[in-house]
Structures are given as C-alpha cells and as structure tokens.
Design a protein around this ligand. Structure first.
Ligand SMILES: [Zn+2]
Length: 253
C-alpha cells in the first residue's frame, strides 16, 4: 500500500479483524455489481469508498428523473445519461484509485457467465426474477459468492449464497423458478427511499466481509426488514438437495 492508501483506509486498518492484510485483500478484489439503481447505488458507493480494487457496474438503463428519489449514484445533471456511466463518475469522484468498468448492458448468457468467472464477489442489485436466476446460475457454475438484495414498498430482504462452499444453498433453493410470485416493480408499487439505502448498504457490508475473509456471512439466513414497523426477521434455510440449479442432478455439475 502507498502512504496515501494507508491514510485513506486507516479506519479499516485500525479494525483488528481487517488490518493491513484484510484491506489488501479488498484492494486486490474484483466486485461485479449488477444493477446501478436503488440497491446498486449505495452498494457500489461503499465498495468504492472502501477500496475494492476493481468494480464492474452493469446496467442497461438511463438515469430518469424519477430515479433521483433513491438512486444516490446519480444526479439531476446526469438525467438521460447511461446509469453505468453516471455511476462510474460518482465512484471516481469518491475514489479515483478504483478501476470502474461501466457496462451499459442487461447481462445475460455468455457475457454474464464470463464476467462472473472473473469476479471475487457478485452483488445482485436487480429488480427482476429472470436476471436474478441467471446471475444465480452463473454463480453456482463458477462457485462465486452471491450477495442478493431486494426492496419494494416498505419491505426489504437480503441474503448471501456463498457458492464457494458445498453446503451453501443457492438463490434457486430458496426461490424456485416458476414459483415466482407476480413480479412487483418500483415503477408500479413505489419504494421507500432509505429502504434501498439500508439493504444496498448491507449488501456492501456482506461483500466486504467476504472479500476480507472476516466474520460470519448471511449464508443460510434471509433477513427481512419491515421499515414501517422497523422490525427485522431472520429466517434460516438450507440447501435443497433436489435443487435444479445447485443439486447433484443439475446441469451446472
Ligand atoms: Zn440451489
């Protein structure tokens, strides 16, 4: 680390659990953030401020005026710009050391698979089931840790699928495809602004823990937040031995 890095990350280095070694692991890491909206904004901001060496930020959308209520990567001056590019500008302003690759794309198929293969951690900050399942399949295939968040109305949830571990459930174990409840989108249902901040920030915290190799992740636990009552619930769940994605008879194995 340079003198400037020692200074910039000094409040992390002071933490015994992180220290120089943990911070160096963070600096050497590549995080893939899929979605630069309500969840991806705080997640990417904290990953960048904390010094994750490389961040790939993928989003196929442009900044819309209605995004500004919660998507804190973006500014009114950047309405109309690609979200990935607007996000890159925000992250560079906080920490120019971080190599940010903006991708103006809805990741799927081979492109998604190849990117996941190069990542040390994947953050699912999207808002649709098809992409969530595609990200999960790629993470199972490559054995990458996946940090998943969701936020709608006043309700949020967050979990980790540490697919480096054989005993970890995957997203599909918990939310089997085809059983998806009707998709609810922010555009129709509304979303409480700081809820996306809380969940996205927790995704950043879990991702940084995984990268630094510290603490206990949310693997096997789903946290559910009701911000109207401001109450958390924790639900434990296990790997589904018959899972079509991560089970022994799946295509990925
Ligand atoms: Zn599974």
């Amino acid at each position: 680390m340079t003198d400037e890095q020692l200074l910039r990350y000094s409040r992390h280095i002071l933490l015994d659990a992180i220290g120089i070694e943990g911070q160096e692991r963070i600096l050497a890491a590549h995080a893939l953030v899929v979605g630069a909206g309500g969840l991806g904004s705080p997640a990417a901001l904290y990953l960048a401020s904390a010094g994750v060496g490389r961040i790939t930020l993928a989003d196929d959308d442009n900044v819309d005026f209605t995004n500004l209520q919660r998507q804190i990567l973006h500014t009114q001056a950047r309405v109309g710009m690609a979200k990935a590019e607007s996000g890159r500008a925000a992250l560079a302003a906080i920490n120019p050391d971080v190599a940010v690759t903006p991708l103006r794309a809805r990741l799927s198929g081979t492109a998604l698979d190849e990117l996941v293969a190069t990542a040390d951690v994947v953050l699912d900050c999207t808002d649709n089931f098809a992409t969530r399942h595609a990200i999960n399949r790629a993470c199972v295939h490559h054995g990458k840790p996946l940090v998943s968040g969701a936020a709608i109305r006043f309700d949020g949830q967050v979990s980790v699928y540490d697919l480096r571990r054989d005993d970890s459930p995957c997203y599909h174990c918990l939310f089997p495809e085809g059983e998806d409840v009707e998709e609810v989108r922010c555009a129709v249902m509304g979303v409480f602004a700081p809820l996306t901040g809380i969940i996205g920030t927790m995704q950043a915290a879990e991702a940084l823990k995984l990268l630094a190799g510290i603490g206990e992740s949310l693997t096997g636990r789903l946290l559910l937040l009701d911000t109207l009552e401001m109450e958390w619930r924790s639900v434990r769940f296990r790997k589904d031995a018959g899972c079509a994605v991560c089970g022994p008879n799946s295509e990925a194995h």
